[in-house]
Design a protein around this ligand. Structure first.
Ligand code: ADP
Ligand code: MG
Length: 247
């Protein structure tokens, strides 16, 4: 059963059509790798799912609820509730520089005021342990390496207990020797059956961890399928050319 369905998603910036009628499904527990050249619309697509971009037309359903149907968005209250099922991790971490690591984790759930502070603190401690950063709890982001910052960002996204995690090139801003520690956290999450959509240039990760790969080019999904098959036997010249440049 699909946890995300996207149909006929269209998005333009002024005269520039950047998503030209995208269709895809994500099943629960899927790890979907989205690959494609720079400018093909990957970030815009991902940001549309969590309503950081407004689309012009199409339908997006999340866990059985319509975020937007034929270009018409749900009511504000429902939008919030639907998007709260997703967490997002960005290329440039987007941590709050004036908050400590632990405060970065706790701020959103504290603002939501749905749980006792003690419960929130206990969860932030568990998640910092999970990403191996317990001893950095009281540090400010500026003291951390890029890999550590990204692990904080992942822990922060998990604080809201999302059904789905979205990653937009989570290792692209990192020095090569720091990508492994972030990919390892993502692998652990995949093993725990977290549903994830990952825009990535890490073909090794996509091959090893993803259950499905989607190749985008020029605002369209050119092809999608089981990653092994898509990487070894691409059906379209555009996919072949991209993979030849990337592998
Ligand atoms: P990708 O993530 O695959 O590199 P993007 O989704 O970032 O692609 O961008 C797709 C296209 O949309 C690019 O041509 C980009 O320049 C354009 N674009 C992205 N964001 C904006 C924006 N806020 N305003 C205008 N054009 C944008
Ligand atoms: Mg991008």
């Amino acid at each position: 059963m699909s946890i995300i369905t996207v149909s006929n998603l269209k998005k333009s910036y002024g005269d520039l059509e950047v998503l030209k009628g995208i269709n895809f499904n994500v099943d629960k527990n899927d790890v979907v790798a989205i690959i494609g050249p720079s400018g093909s619309g990957k970030s815009t697509m991902l940001r549309s799912l969590i309503h950081l971009e407004e689309i012009n037309d199409g339908t997006i359903s999340i866990d059985g609820q319509e975020l937007v149907k034929n270009g018409v968005y749900a009511k504000a209250h429902d939008l919030k509730q639907i998007t709260s099922k997703m967490g997002m991790v960005f290329q440039h971490f987007n941590l709050f520089p004036h908050l400590t690591v632990k405060e970065n984790l706790e701020i959103a759930p504290k603002m939501a005021k749905k749980e006792a502070i003690k419960v929130i603190q206990q969860r932030s401690e568990e998640l910092l342990h999970k990403v191996g950063l317990t001893s950095w709890a009281k540090s400010y982001p500026a003291k951390l390496s890029g890999g550590q910052k990204q692990r904080v960002a992942i822990a922060r996204a998990l604080m809201m207990d999302p059904e789905i995690l979205l990653f937009d090139e989570p290792t692209s801003a990192l020095d090569p020797e720091l990508t492994g520690e972030v990919l390892q956290v993502m692998k652990d999450l995949a093993q725990e059956k977290m549903t994830m959509i990952v825009v990535t240039h890490e073909m090794g990760f996509a091959k090893e961890v993803a259950t499905k790969a989607i190749f985008m080019d020029n605002g369209e999904i050119v092809e999608s399928g089981e990653p092994g098959a898509l990487f070894t036997n691409p059906q379209f010249d555009r996919t072949k050319a991209f993979l030849q440049r990337s592998l």
